[in-house]
Write a protein that binds this ligand. Sequence first.
Ligand code: KE4
Length: 433
Amino acid sequence: MTQVAVVPLNTSKSRELFERAQKVIPGGVNSPVRACKAVNSHPIFMSRADAAWMQDVDGNSFVDYVGSWGAMILGHQHPRVMEAVEDAIRTSTSFGAPTLLEVEIAEQVIKMMPAIEMVRFVNSGTEACMSAIRLARAYTQRTMIVKFDGCYHGHADSFLIKAGSGLATLGISSSPGIPDELSKLTISLPFNDSAAIEKAFKEHKGKIAAVIVEPIMGNAGLITPKDGYLTALRETCTANGALLIFDEVMTGFRVAAGGAQQKYHITPDLTCLGKVIGGGLPVGAYGGKREIMERVAPCGDVYQAGTLSGNPLAMAAGLAQLRALQSPSAHERLEQKTASLADGIREIVEKSKVDAQVVHVTGMLGVFFTAKTVTDFESAKSCDTERFAKVWQSLLEHGVYWPPSQFEAAFVSLEHGKREIELTLQAFKTALG
Ligand code: KE4
């Protein structure tokens, strides 16, 4: 990997590509948050990535803290993942028929997340969450859904209300194009507020099919649940006959081998997955209690389908990652790496005159530029996003590719070692003066 040049970056090829891309792709990108609008930059077009590093089309190298938004937990081009995909690709790229790999990865997911007794693979986290709420509505014969301000469950119509990630980044509270009749069926509440959930169930008695939550919020920056909050959610859903859906698309197999549900000892009725289980290839999955999942067609009557669901390349990559994550030391090492980075940034913040909060869980961290303790989307929105943009630019110039939004989390992989962490801390020192 080339040395990181500490000079004003030459990103001329990225700029040229961005001009060209904007003529043929809306905003020049295939997903809004990549546009780097919120950090007053043009997008950086990447050409390759290895381990914890990415290289852009101008030949600049960066320590990567996006990691395909969490998928690349083993680092880029991990030998076991690459070998699995190379083997799979020699058999074809898709069959449209069941394969052994789908059974093997389903068994692996169930082994690592015991709350999942059956699982269905789809092609994205959006599909997983969209299908999970359809199933919850059918199973409970109710129509309303509860989500939380700043949580992001993909771009299905029911979720684009006070959502996080790209909507928060662009300052959009909910998207046009969603009929009022549908958005009325989604209630969005403040995260970490147990009284609000109690009140919602009182006001909509017998109508709420499910509560869907990111057990650790990763789409408004990184926001952890207050002690007892997830238990209160679980108990309230059970008492009111509603399903509790954990959206672990981001946290699954990252914050612990069994995800946030293992970390906080909560048993959700349904779990949504993505990212890590595809090793960087398009994937999603939803699963949970057998009696609920057996309502899914063709076993049951709740329809959901997908041409490329269970795609052999994605299954091979995901299975290789999951098997590697089963090693007992994997999450200890990931925690040590993340904690060392977070503690280092915290120390730099304390020595600087900058108001910032540094939060981390295993494999994920967030830096909020505010004096407030961030416990929900409201407090996250108190951040100084202009300061974030300046810090992001400085980090980029010093060889660190940080997620280009205050309302995203940063991802650490098992390939982030001493060199990468030291370089990152040096870049934060420069950025925070
Ligand atoms: P996808 O449809 O993008 O695969 O997954 C949607 C989704 C669902 N649930 C959670 C908790 C998620 O974080 C996501 C997607 N995450 C964002 C990153 N904040 C994807 C990045 C992007 O939109 O480009």
